[in-house]
Ligand binder design. Sequence first.
Ligand code: SF4
Length: 235
Amino acid sequence: MVKGRLHSFETFGAVDGPGIRTVVFLQGCPARCSYCHNPDTWDMHGGNEVETKQIVDRAKRGMSYYGDKGGVTFSGGEPLLQGEFLIQTIGALKKVGINSIIDTSGTFIDEFTEKVIEECEMILLDVKHSNPEKFWEITSKKQDTLLELIDLINKHEKHVWVRQVIVPGINDTEANIDALNEFIKKIKHVDKVELLGYHNLGVEKYEKLGIKYRLKDVEPMDRAKLDELSALVKY
Ligand code: SF4
């Protein structure tokens, strides 16, 4: 049995996929997003070692709340970094009747990724930016990986909720939403598109970790402007 590395759990998650969900934040991320509010998930050697059984036991505690739609969401960090562990754990959860969703940034892909996509219920896809250069500026990773992942998602006919964090001065324009509308045409089954407003609540974590926060002068996203931009989303 492969072991995983866990950052934390969240019970009764209501925003990370349909229904009520147990959110499993896996440790480790290859990206370094300028606005990441969980820099403590980055280090692959951080967090705690975890066995599949511990995740299944924890997920089973929420079963009476899941109903038809709820289940487990694997988030991070970047959960696809732990593909082999995910395949094993998604399989174990299936056996007890719990579905799994993957919340990914599309910044990592390996030989296990396709099987993870095949086995999971649906995908939450964080599209950091539709423009490849801007994607690189935000994440320090190439957008090509995201495009490869979208091919796998389409191949397995998986449904997707697209999300994008909107940051003042970076992507808070109508032109960006037009570009996002165009970009998501690459995905066969889009069930929802959510724009999330940038906030700077993670800044203290950077100070504690001694990491420079690149967006320290950027104000949180204005709610009214976010609503205006959200109204322009088409899918
Ligand atoms: S992909 Fe997510 S966890 Fe990783 S750096 Fe970006 S925002 Fe943070």
